[in-house]
Design a binder for this molecule. Structure first.
Ligand code: GRF
Length: 193
């Protein structure tokens, strides 16, 4: 794909619930000329998500949605995405499970990053489970989101060696560093076909 510039970039929303370090790395990526996407919107289910600060720092619109009534909230969310002409959704530490109908509506347009070598260790506590199983390697995966948890088509993975004396914390840190590189790479991969 030829380089996309300015307003031709693919309008993207990033969904977060916490720290937002992947959001930050995606924002940095969008500042590079090779980025095919621009981040127009940050969505969070958590008013206290630390990552929301990046909305302020980088002047990106942010919206908080309370997911207690999922159906109602997703309808509002869909309108917001439409109004902002969002074409791609990047989940980055977003802790809600989106409904099947929401996912179907955005089929092939939702990406997620997961801190394990999928299909191993879907769901939560990935590092703890990998260590308990005495795995030699773990890593991270960027994949398309389908209606089954952490099961959509894999776009890219990065393997990380688990050292002796590795802790959940040290492994999480090491993998996060790789996540920050992998997400932009995965975006480049899918848009350069
Ligand atoms: C990352 O490890 C990501 O893989 C997982 O949640 C974490 C989010 O971290 N889905 P951050 O909020 O991007 O710092």
């Amino acid at each position: 794909m030829a380089l996309l510039t300015g307003s031709n970039k693919i309008k993207t929303a990033v969904f977060i619930s916490g720290k937002g370090s992947n959001l930050r790395s995606l924002i940095k990526f969008t500042k590079t000329i090779k980025s095919p996407i621009s981040i127009e919107l940050i969505i969070s289910d958590n008013l206290k998500a630390k990552g929301l600060k990046y909305g302020k720092i980088f002047r990106i619109k942010k919206k908080i949605f309370n997911f207690k009534n999922k159906k109602f909230t997703e309808n509002k969310l869909i309108s917001t995405l439409k109004n902002n002409e969002i074409k791609i959704i990047c989940l980055a530490g977003f802790m809600q499970i989106l409904s099947k109908s929401f996912i179907k509506r955005f089929k092939g347009k939702i990406l997620n990053i997961h801190p394990s070598l999928l299909p191993k260790y879907k769901g939560l506590n990935t590092h703890k489970r990998a260590l308990n199983d005495n795995e030699k390697y773990s890593g991270c995966t960027v994949h398309f989101v389908n209606t089954k948890l952490d099961s959509g088509k894999i776009i890219l993975q990065k393997k990380v060696k688990i050292l002796k004396n590795e802790t959940e914390n040290s492994l999480a840190k090491k993998i996060l560093v790789e996540e920050h590189k992998l997400y932009p790479k995965a975006i480049l991969k899918i848009f350069s076909l």
